[in-house]
Write a protein that binds this ligand. Structure first.
Ligand code: ADP
Length: 548
């Protein structure tokens, strides 16, 4: 066995590996099946040629000679098959009629190759190797073979013209492979032997190898089969192949047993290796898919967020305009009703006075609602201005508590104020903090039906803590975390107090947080009362003047 034969075996082995890889990766794809068949015949062709060259007795020479003539014809058929299905949907198959027409001429070739004298007249042993003397039919075989390749090439050329850029690149690769194999194959395996030169037939499979590799590459690229997996597969299969040949070359039983166990270990190792690489590749692919999805979702989210911001701005704008427009006529209504009630436009009957009193109260309520809305729109537009001064919080709280005494009396509940004596001033806006305290006490009054409300004030390290504890309806634990958000009211509040807006505590939080403080609520649950507190930092010693 010389070097050329080693190469022939090696080329056949690689053809087989390509055949298996492409087939195993997608056995349902028509393209993969057609190509795997082509590679299988190419491998058998190269193998047959090598065996023919190595055979010394006539019967095996004849057997291998017939084998490689038949397998060469089969390569042509499968390549034609491939040229029909390539580029189409991978799962599309040719119908049985077409397949039969493509493959049936091989029956005739088989019959002619086993008929003595038609394709093989004789086999002679020369000093350079075995030579097959061609029969009369070989010229027709040559024409048939050339026609098959031409047809397949034209098929691919048509697809090239109609295909997109990607398909064009793929077909270019296949053409390079076909070009190499046709130049070599036609020269050494057709023209040369027809002219009576049989010395270079071994060059054909070498060229065919180029075709197999180029086409495999085109398929791999198309189906995005991972190169890492394929390389591992080739490595694992080669390793198993080497270990198998070693096994065949064992001289005695002991050697056979040890090589057999080595072979089995290699197979297991190869399987594990492929499995782990496949798993890793799959995981990476999944990660890539996930990352892509995530990127898409975050893009969508960003767009949605922008839209929301835009809507929010539009809403604030509307709120601001509407509130301004509402405030002026309401002030007029309130002013005139107040004057009427005071008797500026003459004496009023009792019925008129009662009616006007109701108009006045409703007007006041509306003004306070519009004020809340104005505050919110100012906060959102960043236009809420603070006039921060050192303030005596106890004084402000006391004033506010006394403002509510009349109301609590009517409700028959108690409202008491317990400040720690001599509290230092806090840094805050006196007007706004009064509004906040008023909101909190007002809520306690609103939501307490019996019992008492205790307002407290004490110092905690560098801040003053205000608290307002009541024995009212309490807060559902579900509602607690959201109470300080815009337009949020507790569950069922609509029944308890219809006029609420859910803006008071939001405004309070905005004010307190803007002044470096904190606001929070506590409640043991429904009907267990609630406690609202806030803390504000002490004023710097430099700011001596107290306001309140
Ligand atoms: P409003 O009182 O107009 O609904 P607020 O922002 O002042 O709006 O209060 C938000 C919600 O907090 C109220 O709807 C109510 O559910 C709850 N809440 C506030 N203060 C109390 C309190 N003292 N007791 C029970 N629930 C309260």
């Amino acid at each position: 066995m010389d070097f050329k034969d080693y190469i022939l075996f090696l080329v056949s082995a690689v053809d087989i590996v390509m055949c298996l890889i492409i087939f195993v990766h997608n056995p349902r794809s028509a393209v993969n099946v057609a190509f795997s068949l082509t590679a299988l015949w190419a491998a058998l062709w190269g193998f047959g040629l090598a065996m023919f060259r190595l055979s010394s007795d006539f019967s095996s020479q004849l057997f291998w000679n017939r084998e490689f003539i038949l397998t060469a014809a089969l390569i042509g058929s499968s390549f034609l098959h491939f040229s029909f299905v390539f580029g189409k949907n991978d799962t599309l198959k040719l119908n049985w009629k077409k397949l039969f027409l493509i493959y049936c001429p091989n029956i005739i070739i088989f019959l002619t190759v086993i008929t003595p004298g038609v394709l093989i007249k004789d086999i002679l042993v020369r000093d350079w190797g075995n030579e097959s003397i061609l029969g009369w039919g070989y010229i027709y075989y040559g024409i048939y073979f050339t026609a098959l390749w031409l047809w397949a090439s034209i098929n691919l050329l048509r697809k090239y013209k109609r295909g997109d850029q990607f398909l064009k690149t793929q077909i270019k690769y296949i053409y390079i492979g076909v070009g190499i194999s046709i130049i070599f194959g036609a020269t050494f395996n057709l023209v040369f032997i027809l002219l009576g030169n049989y010395r270079y037939v071994w060059l054909g499979p070498y060229a065919m190898f180029g075709f197999i590799v180029a086409t495999s590459y085109a398929i791999i690229k198309h189906q995005l089969l991972n190169i890492k997996v394929i390389t591992t597969e080739i490595f694992a299969v080669s390793l198993s192949f080497v270990s198998f040949t070693e096994l065949l070359r064992s001289k005695d039983t002991i050697e056979f047993v040890s090589r057999f166990s080595l072979f089995i270990s290699t197979l297991i190792f190869a399987a594990l290796l492929i499995h782990s690489v496949l798993r890793e590749v799959k995981r990476r692919e999944e990660m890539e898919v996930l990352t892509k999805k995530l990127r898409k979702t975050s893009k969508k989210l960003a767009a949605a967020n922008k839209e929301l911001e835009r809507l929010d701005e539009a809403k604030s704008e509307f709120l601001s305009i509407a509130s301004h427009q509402l405030r002026t006529p309401l002030t007029t209504v309130k002013g005139y009703t107040s004057m009427m009630l005071e008797g500026s436009f003459g004496k009023l009957s009792k019925i008129m006075r009662d009616g006007l009193q109701k108009v006045y109260i409703s007007g006041e309520r509306l003004i306070s609602l519009v004020d809340d809305l104005l505050n919110i729109s100012r906060i959102e537009a960043g236009r809420l201005e603070f006039n921060i001064l050192p303030v005596d919080l106890a004084k402000i709280a006391e004033e506010t508590v006394s403002d509510f005494q009349q109301k609590v009396k009517e409700k028959k509940i108690k409202l008491e104020f317990y400040p720690e004596p001599n509290l230092p001033p806090v840094a805050t806006d006196p007007q706004k903090i009064k509004e906040v305290i008023s909101n909190i006490i007002d809520n306690s009054v609103k939501y307490t039906m019996k019992g008492e409300i205790i307002v407290g004030l004490h110092q905690e390290s560098r801040s003053i803590v205000f608290s307002c504890q009541d024995t009212g309806i309490g807060i559902d634990p579900e509602d607690l975390p959201r109470l300080f958000e815009k337009f949020v009211r507790g569950k069922g509040m609509m029944q308890v107090y219809t006029e609420g807006t859910g803006l008071g505590l939001y405004f309070a939080r905005m004010v307190i947080e803007n002044m470096g403080g904190r606001i929070w609520a506590e409640s043991e649950g429904k009907n267990k009362g609630s406690k609202f507190s806030f803390s504000l930092p002490l004023a710097d010693k430099g700011q001596a003047k107290k306001v309140g």
